[in-house]
Design a protein around this ligand. Structure first.
Ligand code: 8YV
Length: 346
């Protein structure tokens, strides 16, 4: 009899633990413990501290696995970022008090979503507010690589400007170049709109054809698109299917003298194969904001004069990073009110 009662109480607690948690937080004076793994823009941290029992990372030292395990064992809500690898191993250290992973960032490839789902966790992200800034930075690479900006800057840095010459530093004109966008989501579409304004002809490969008339050529088959375009720009999410999508074989399908741009995730490209293609001159240049083993950059890539390399700055504006923080707070607030957070992914 007593055992049956205990079993029913446990079953009830399991089924309703999210609601019970939110009710407890609302009714008790205690504010939920929100652990934030990285330093966020000041206005965001000020609001987090005012609203919750926020534990902030003032010196911005990234959490290692041990620190992450301690955090999930203690926090009611964790605010991670891309530098936190939250796999099943980390989540297995979580206490039952952990309810929400409110990620600061759009991409969620650093979190094992299946493991989070299995533990009944809610996971949110911050899409939309970094679209324009990431597309702007992509344009900087699209403009910079064919116009030899890295080579020109390196020449000046070496104090080696021999003076103007009609045949020196001749890049390639963007107008009429065919740009192939891989992944036509928010950022892919924002890049397409910008590139079109520079006269580029837009082609795209996506899981599905977009309904809206984009004035762009849809390629259901990526391999068929690659030999046709002059430049490829990656905007697909990093999933098991897109890991090393651009391996040596696929890079070889690009035209001789083509360009490659990546502001999505580093390991969508086999970096060693890309470095070889650049060194041999088969590819004319690459613009990369993300790397396979971030923050490490493949030494052979760093040695290529035709590689324009940036340290993961796509969403790096005060406006975007503040708006991302605002989204984190909106997701937490909705969750605590018992609503479905606006950016719930799991
Ligand atoms: C973010 C990004 O700054 O949002 C993303 O997916 O790649 C970056 O622009 C980073 O993820 C923060 O966690």
């Amino acid at each position: 009899m007593r055992l049956a009662l205990v079993t029913r109480v446990v079953a009830f607690a399991k089924a309703f633990h999210g609601q019970i948690f939110r009710y407890y937080v609302r009714m008790s004076a205690a504010k939920p413990l929100v652990i934030v793994t990285r330093k966020l823009p000041q206005p965001v941290e000020t609001r987090l501290a005012a609203l919750y029992g926020a534990r902030l990372n003032y010196d911005d030292k990234p959490f290692d696995a041990a620190a992450l395990k301690c955090a999930v064992a203690e926090a009611d809500i964790l605010v991670p970022a891309i530098t936190d690898r939250i796999g099943a191993d980390i989540l297995s250290a979580a206490g039952t008090q952990l309810k929400l992973l409110a990620n600061f960032g759009a991409g969620l490839d650093h979190i094992d979503l299946a493991a989070a789902r299995a533990r009944g966790l809610v996971v949110t992200n911050t899409p939309g507010v970094l679209t324009e800034d990431t597309a702007d930075l992509t344009m900087a690479l699209i403009l910079g690589v064919p116009r030899l900006i890295p080579q020109g800057m390196a020449q000046l840095a070496r104090d080696d400007f021999p003076g103007w010459s009609p045949t020196w530093m001749m890049g390639r004109r963007l107008d009429s170049m065919k740009l192939g966008i891989v992944g036509m989501g928010r950022i892919g579409q924002a890049v397409a709109a910008r590139a079109r304004a520079f006269g580029m002809e837009i082609h795209y490969h996506n899981r599905r054809r977009l309904d809206a008339e984009l004035g762009a050529v849809f390629w259901p088959n990526l391999d068929a698109m690659l030999p046709v375009i002059d430049m490829v720009s990656l905007h697909c999410p990093r999933t098991p299917e897109t890991y090393h999508l651009f391996n040596a074989e696929r890079l070889a399908r690009l035209r001789e003298g083509a360009y490659l741009i990546n502001t999505a995730r580093g390991d969508i490209i086999d970096e060693a194969a890309l470095a070889d293609a650049l060194a041999s001159g088969r590819l004319a240049g690459a613009g990369l904001d993300v790397f396979e083993h971030e923050p490490k950059v493949h030494p052979k890539l760093k040695a290529q004069p035709n590689a324009m390399l940036l340290p993961h700055m796509g969403s790096g504006t005060i406006e975007a990073r503040t708006a991302m923080g605002d989204k984190v707070i909106a997701n937490i607030a909705a969750f605590l009110r018992g609503e479905v957070p606006p950016d719930k992914v799991v």
